[in-house]
Design a protein around this ligand. Sequence first.
Ligand code: PMP
Ligand code: GLN
Length: 385
Amino acid sequence: MNRLFSDIPTTVFEVMSVLARETGAVNLGQGFPDDPGPEDVRRKAAEAVVSGWNQYPPMMGLPELRSAIAAHYAHWQGLDLDPEREVMVTSGATEALAGALMAILEPGDEVVLFQPMYDAYLPLVQRAGGVAKFVTLKPPHWHFDEADLAAAFSARTKAVLFNNPLNPAGIVYGREQLELLARFCVKHDAIAICDEVWEHVVFDGLSHISMLSLPGMRERTVKIGSAGKIFSLTGWKVGLVAAAPDLIRVLAKAHQFLTFTTPPNLQAAVAYGLAKDDSYFTGLRSGLQRSRDRFTAGLHGLGLAVLPSAGTYFLNIDIAPLGESDDVAFCRRMVQSHGVAAIPVSAFYAVDPVTTVVRFCFAKRDATLDAALGRLAALAGAEAL
Ligand code: PMP
Ligand code: GLN
């Protein structure tokens, strides 16, 4: 068997969700909302199954969805995309990431990764023959500077894989950091694979800036989105890819042999959903921001050290003030003895991990968050003893 996959453990998200089910814990680990998602979008998907076309849709995606993606990004992010030459639909952002890496990398090419990173990145880079070069981000600010990039980029850099807003840190990088990264991409003639799945989940009046809109990046950026995050339907796995024609042409070759296409009813429903009024998208943000604030206040009330979150479904706590230095052991104890599942952030590092940060998903109903806080009160009390 292939050594890479036979040697890696099951993803931490699955491990923690299984533990949560077995122990009856409140699951604030794996990132999925309690919210069932907008009913009109779900009805569209149901209608499309019952009355629509259920055979293979076009490989690049339903034309109405590709047009809706271009219109949506024009409206929300000021992008000018040609739906026929610059947009593709995949089966989730995960397929888009895997396909982009397969399409772009040659064996031995270097890829700059920012850790903490979504756990799929490194195995996908390595399986595609890439050699990872890391920029290490640390709490509380998770920033990178020119020296960090200079140490990671080289003459062999083919691509950079960049996630903004950043899961698990909950940070939203602004124009200054994006411009710095763009300068390095241009200087090293590197392609930026930009995982922007959390683009609509930003708080405090922030707006998402796509790397595609930065000077010098239009021809060298692969922008990846996920309908699962935009509509709180994480199981749907509909990925939205935008890139210049020369890039998308090759990305499509990888896509054609990975999944070829994506369920047509979900595509029809996503096309409908992307055209919804602004109020849906601003409501998504304000609802999640409210949950973030409620959970943050509750954690503060327990005396826990909360790191700020400006986007994503996630916030983190620093467990060092509790005298803890092992986030994995802490999370195991928390789920087994206190009935709350979370994710140890060290799982998002490949080397030199930060081991004192724990991630919670706050995209939950008040009752779920309050139940978790009730259980964590016992933990905070026990730690104080
Ligand atoms: N990238 C990041 C940063 C994510 O957080 C996630 C899922 N939470 C994905 C990719 C995967 O998206 P999808 O479910 O559309 O494959
Ligand atoms: N992206 C989700 C998270 O960060 C999990 C996705 C998965 O389970 N693979 O929690």
